[in-house]
Design a binder for this molecule. Structure first.
Ligand SMILES: Nc1nc2c(ncn2[C@@H]2O[C@H](COP(=O)(O)OP(=O)(O)OP(=O)(O)O)[C@@H](O)[C@H]2O)c(=O)[nH]1
Ligand SMILES: [Mg+2]
Length: 351
């Protein structure tokens, strides 16, 4: 299908012309800044009606990332939410499409721009080739996505990991998934300890999983119980510790937990965050659990979340790596070790 061309003095006017002629679902194929003889700017947008077959016109700078053109509706949204720096971005459909995706997924506008700025997409330069900008922006995104495997064994040393977070975020279920995977995939000897002493039935939930897997499971009320349980776990490659869900506002209980799993026990902590919670709740939770010096994030319930941008915001704001992502209630299937490319795909290719 042949694209129609629309010219105007500003990108906003050109966008309005496309909308009037082809409707709000029209897709932008390309944008250009033309210089008039009097040195003034003229913007040109090539567009096709919404629903037109444009597969032969799309090229993606990155094979895993589905190329997607920006619709006029989105362009209007971006123009209304952005300042003049974005006008340069408008000249580059690959970068514009990436920016639109990041904003749609809920990545903070400031971070989204920063990523594109580092890729050189906000500069108006004749050397800015669309493919290059797209590739650079993907590279920048990959750079901010930090991942870490908490079970990477060093010198066959025992690994003791505690899982912390707010009530119902998925700690016990995640431990069951991890225990099964570490046993079945990595052939590790695993043990479980519960220091969830608040909720009736908490230990039963963990014990049920331990029985199914045929692994030991202890309960600890006090630090001395924990030390006892850990002695019993000598010879186990990995010990996973379940904790009671604490409200992010209950600093007293968080302090209590700190006295149980203090630094000298060489226990690493991992904070679970549900992707569906609001950005401000996530930040509050991370700050409240800060005294426990957690080393990685585990993002849970991505199957229930509409958008994934909060994950990027969180790792940029409070710089820590992601270790795992969980995406459902099935034990042990619904867990994946964090991987840069996988996270990138979740962010850019979800639908
Ligand atoms: N959809 C979905 N549900 C999940 C996921 N992970 C856990 N759940 C569910 O969330 C609920 C709470 O999970 P738990 O593992 O008991 O959460 P918890 O953090 O141990 O809860 P407390 O011990 O009460 O603080 C259960 O119904 C789980 O099946 C996930 O990735 N996706
Ligand atoms: Mg629990």
């Amino acid at each position: 299908m042949q694209a129609n061309k629309y010219c105007a003095r500003t990108i906003k006017e050109a966008t309005a012309k496309v909308k009037n002629s082809l409707g709000p679902d029209a897709m932008i194929i390309s944008t250009k800044r033309l210089r008039e003889r009097d040195e003034s700017d003229l913007f040109e947008i090539s567009a096709v009606p919404g629903g037109a077959d444009i597969s032969n016109k799309i090229s993606s700078p990155f094979s895993e990332v589905k190329a997607e053109l920006v619709s006029i509706k989105e362009m209007i949204f971006l123009l209304n939410h952005s300042d003049s720096a974005i006008e340069n971005l408008m000249m580059n459909p690959a970068a514009l499409s990436l920016y639109a995706k990041l904003i749609r997924e809920g990545v903070d506008d400031h971070y989204a721009r920063n990523i594109l700025e580092r890729a050189g997409a906000l500069k108006d330069s004749p050397h800015n080739h669309a493919d290059n900008i797209g590739k650079k922006a993907i590279k920048e995104l990959m750079r901010v996505i930090d991942v870490k495997d908490p079970f990477e064994a060093k010198d066959n040393k025992q690994i003791i990991a505690a899982f912390i977070g707010t009530t119902g975020v998925g700690k016990t279920t995640t431990i069951a998934k991890l225990a099964a995977q570490l046993m079945l995939k990595d052939r590790k000897k695993v043990g479980l300890i519960s220091i969830d002493t608040y909720r009736i039935g908490a230990i039963e939930q963990l014990r049920t999983y331990a029985n199914i897997l045929g692994i030991p499971c202890f309960q600890a009320f006090k630090r001395k119980d924990l030390l006892f349980a850990l002695r019993k776990m000598e010879g186990r490659d990995v010990v996973l510790i379940d904790t009671a869900g604490r409200s992010q506002y209950d600093m007293l209980r968080i302090e209590e937990l700190k006295t149980m799993i203090a630094d000298d026990l060489t226990i690493s902590s991992h904070l679970l965050l549900s992707v569906g919670t609001t950005q401000s709740e996530m930040i509050k939770t991370a700050i409240s659990f800060g005294p426990l010096k957690f080393q990685t994030y585990i993002f849970t319930k991505i199957d229930e979340a509409e958008r994934f941008g909060s994950v990027i915001n969180q790792i940029i704001k409070l710089r820590l790596p992601i270790s795992y992502i969980t995406a459902g209630q099935n034990v042990p299937e619904d867990i994946e070790q964090a991987d840069k490319r996988k996270i990138l795909k979740l962010l850019l290719n979800r639908n």
